[in-house]
Design a protein around this ligand. Sequence first.
Ligand SMILES: *Cc1c(COP(=O)(O)O)cnc(C)c1O
Length: 396
Amino acid sequence: MRFLLSDIDMGEEEARAVADVVRSKWLSIGPRTAEFEAAFAEMMGTKHAVAVSSCTAALHLALKACGIGPGDEVLVPSYTFVASANAILYQGATPVFVDIGGPDDLNLDLSDLEARITPRTSAIIVVHLAGYAADMDRIMALADRHGLAVIEDACHAIGATYELGADPQLTGRKLGTIGAAGCFSFFANKNLVTGEGGMIVTDDDRIAEDARRSRAHGMTKTSWDRAAGRASDYDVVDLGYNYRGTEITAALGLVQLGKLHGANARRKALTRRYEERLADCPSMTLPFTDRIDDAGHHIMPIVLKDARSRTAFREALKARGIQTSVHYPPVHLFTHYRKRCPEQGPLPKTLDVAAREVTLPLHPLLSDADVDTICDEVLSAAGETEVLESQESPGG
Ligand SMILES: *Cc1c(COP(=O)(O)O)cnc(C)c1O
């Protein structure tokens, strides 16, 4: 492959930080994790940041801390990574899938969101797709009216700022800090990478305390507390999990956090370049092109005009050395969800867009010239693989 879908800016500095941890011989949660949490909370402007082993763990603990359990319905897009919905099932609650805006807006559709609220609805998981803010003004207002907890799956939006808002209380805040809790992933292809890893941010002392205890077996003290002589015994007051991060991931995270702002700015510049080259192409639309807010630019989605051309289009790009992907196969169509949650309302825009979407390479190591080359190839592949009207069957 000439151009990878994603790549990471990681090198000597990270290697040294990890080597320091190895030499310290304290590998599980400890002082570097505390330092990473403090730096993350400062960047986010939240009171708390709790490091965990993944965003999936973060979502699970956020739902648990918000008291979501059996009998509760949780609104979530189907157009997301499966982990956003899996976390709901971990708590024994019921995912209720919500449609998206359409090919121009891959985030939750607000009228569909409202239409799916029932007396059992307890929470909303908001995904800021590709790093672009969902309409948090209206989501928070809706949640307030119906007494729902809002949990932000901000995996794509790390470092992004909410600027759409009419509500001055929300405008200017980091995405992930507007709902009751925000969840982040440091998986190997995200904007901030530690391999595996995640974070919960919140201003709510109770949620933070619950998450801290639940990530470590429900114990009232950590092994670091005990090693540091601060405690010798502990109680288990709640069912907990082992969802801790490690000192190695925290050390990586601290270095990566320092690079985030620059890397996101680079992603933004590359996205603008893609938009300039591709926005007028008649065989595709680019979502979110109306947006000028400070997004996370995690991925570069395009939506082809015709779903029938997708396989050939992706093959043509592959033959040109360009890796592509699809974000996302809708969650409600997966076998497990068809069996477990068969009764879902119609999700026409999710189905339509999911059949036509293709994700192009986007990462901070791409040069402007790389994006120009990719765009040339994308335009040529689109021309080559376009489904012509004459190929359509009579009457259809
Ligand atoms: C990556 C991702 C997750 C899962 O993160 P992990 O850290 O791998 O558990 C959840 N939701 C979205 C939207 C993601 O992109």
